[in-house]
Design a protein. Structure first.
Length: 255
């Protein structure tokens, strides 16, 4: 069984004490592919080091996270563009809009989101979307940018069933992680009505640990708890879900 974690921040400071051991635990748990989203330029070297340490398992993205769209965002976007020109990445991400932490930057978040969508199209890459309290704003941008070469993943999907269908209509897979195991997560109430061909698995580690680890540091091996929950909800084996979702990830990322 091959399990793919399509979204994990393995370079996070939360893993500084045991990064390699944590990755080994995941590998021992059948998680063999890790897709690494970018946040900003300060993490680029750490990401490249991870790829060097685990070249068969680590797949890098490049992008500017919406919560890091600050006064210097144009310099950060220039870094993203430069890195995309220098070497291959598997996606532009994570990008999007976050209105949970700071609503005052909405205008420049939208500008950065659109700019990075254009970069993804230029490089024929998927986008990986971060959305927090911003579904309508995200959908407005996707409606404006929709085209055959717009595709990717709606990371950490937490919306309604209608939001799910709308995201899928823009050629987005739904990234499903620990939230599906939460009592108040709500996506467990309808996710089995969404065809598995639209689903990929993720942890977003070190964040959003699934039950029974909720509130603790998340890590990629815990994706098995997400797999178990989806197996229960869909009524098929974990092996089958792992196979389908890994196939979906290969389709998105082009591997």
């Amino acid at each position: 069984m091959i399990i793919t974690d399509t979204h994990t921040h393995l370079y996070s400071e939360a893993f500084d004490e045991d990064r390699h051991e944590m990755i080994r635990r995941a590998l021992d748990s059948n998680v063999s592919r890790f897709f690494i989203p970018a946040i900003d330029s300060t993490y680029t070297e750490s990401m490249l080091q991870l790829e060097s340490d685990f070249p068969d398992n680590i797949f890098l993205m490049m992008g500017l996270h919406p919560t890091h769209v600050k006064a210097n965002y144009k310099e950060e976007l220039a870094h993203v563009e430069e890195m995309l020109q220098q070497r291959h990445f598997y996606a532009v991400g994570e990008i999007g809009i976050d209105l949970y932490w700071d609503k005052s930057t909405l205008d420049i978040q939208i500008e950065a989101f659109k700019y990075q969508i254009q970069l993804a199209k230029q490089h024929k890459l998927p986008i990986v979307i971060h959305c927090r309290e911003a579904f309508e704003e995200i959908f407005d941008v996707l409606e404006e940018e929709k085209s055959e070469d717009l595709f990717g993943i709606f990371h950490c999907f937490t919306g309604t069933k209608d939001d799910a269908h709308r995201a899928i209509s823009y050629n987005m897979k739904l990234g499903i992680g620990g939230v599906v195991t939460f009592k108040n997560g709500k996506i467990d109430q309808f996710i089995n009505q969404i065809d598995l061909k639209h689903i990929v698995l993720e942890t977003d580690s070190p964040y959003l640990a699934p039950k029974p680890y909720r509130g603790k540091r998340n890590e990629s091996s815990y994706i098995n708890k997400v797999l178990e929950k989806l197996s229960e909800l869909y009524g098929i084996s974990a092996e089958e879900i792992a196979e389908i979702t890994t196939k979906n990830s290969k389709q998105v990322f082009g591997i």
